[in-house]
Write a protein that binds this ligand. Structure first.
Ligand SMILES: Nc1ncnc2c1ncn2[C@@H]1O[C@H](COP(=O)(O)OP(=O)(O)OP(=O)(O)O)[C@@H](O)[C@H]1O
Length: 242
């Protein structure tokens, strides 16, 4: 595939990615491409390499060997400053612990990634994103005045405000009640279906993984199984044989 076609078909491609920490090899030669608009869940037992996988795929960390291409750009060849810029402009992150800035209101938190890259918010897109996450009447509130579910919805809006190619979500529902978890997963599903974002979700929860198009199972730093069109039951059945 030509570089241009590659950049069009896949938002992220990992080729033989290995990440070692001293004598511990957390990822072993993982190859995987994430098609545009696809929603993939990554599961695996504790210590199987899920966080390392997400950090390498998103350019937060660099592989010890192998390569990661984001939109056709080999991020291993970028300087630290360019990698940071690429992450800021083309990738959205959602974490378990929300990571909102307490002193900023909801609107300031949501638009922060734009301000960091010196861009202005497009008022129509801001209104659309805020409407999607149901926080239109909460824009002047501080994070401490919101429920956990509302805070995570603000974090999803912050991840979407730059219209990123990829959204990486690391246990985004780990701290939420089931209803708020469904809301957040529904927003990620919508980002893939309606605006063509590529979503990569790391989770321990079979119910959460079932929102994805496919589930990758990691064990000892390798992809050992993949499940298409998952349901909570089929995810659990796979989980049990890991
Ligand atoms: N900074 C680090 N230094 C040394 N070892 C590390 C480091 N980060 C991860 N590891 C090791 O790499 C392996 C994979 O860790 P990782 O955090 O990716 O797993 P995980 O599947 O995300 O685990 P969990 O579900 O418990 O968060 C583990 O053996 C871990 O101890």
């Amino acid at each position: 595939m030509s570089q241009a076609a590659e950049a069009t078909a896949y938002a992220v491609r990992m080729e033989e990615v290995t990440r070692s920490y001293g004598s511990v090899t957390a990822l072993r030669g993982v190859s995987r491409a994430f098609p545009r608009g696809g929603f993939t869940a990554v599961m695996g037992p504790s210590g199987s390499g899920k966080s390392t996988f997400l950090h390498c795929a998103s350019g937060l960390d660099r592989p010890t060997s192998g390569s990661v291409l984001i939109g056709g750009t080999d991020i291993g060849r970028l300087s630290e400053a360019k990698r940071t810029r690429l992450r800021r402009e083309r990738i959205g992150f959602v974490f378990q612990s929300f990571n909102l800035i307490p002193s900023m209101d909801v609107e300031q938190n949501i638009t922060l990634p734009l301000h960091l890259s010196g861009a202005r918010a497009d008022p129509r897109w801001l209104a659309e994103v805020v409407g999607r996450v149901g926080l239109t009447d909460r824009l002047r509130h501080r994070p401490s005045e919101l429920s956990g579910g509302q805070q995570q919805r603000a974090a999803v809006a912050r991840a979407l405000i730059t219209r990123p190619e990829v959204v990486f979500a690391d246990e985004p529902t780990g701290a939420l009640d089931p209803r708020s978890a469904r809301d957040v997963l529904g927003l990620l599903r919508e980002a893939a279906d309606q605006t063509g974002q590529t979503v990569v979700l790391v989770t321990h929860d079979p119910m959460a993984a079932a929102w994805a198009d496919s589930v990758l199972f990691l064990r000892d730093g390798e992809i050992v199984a993949e499940l298409a069109d998952p349901t909570p039951t089929t995810v659990m059945a796979h989980w049990e044989i890991l």
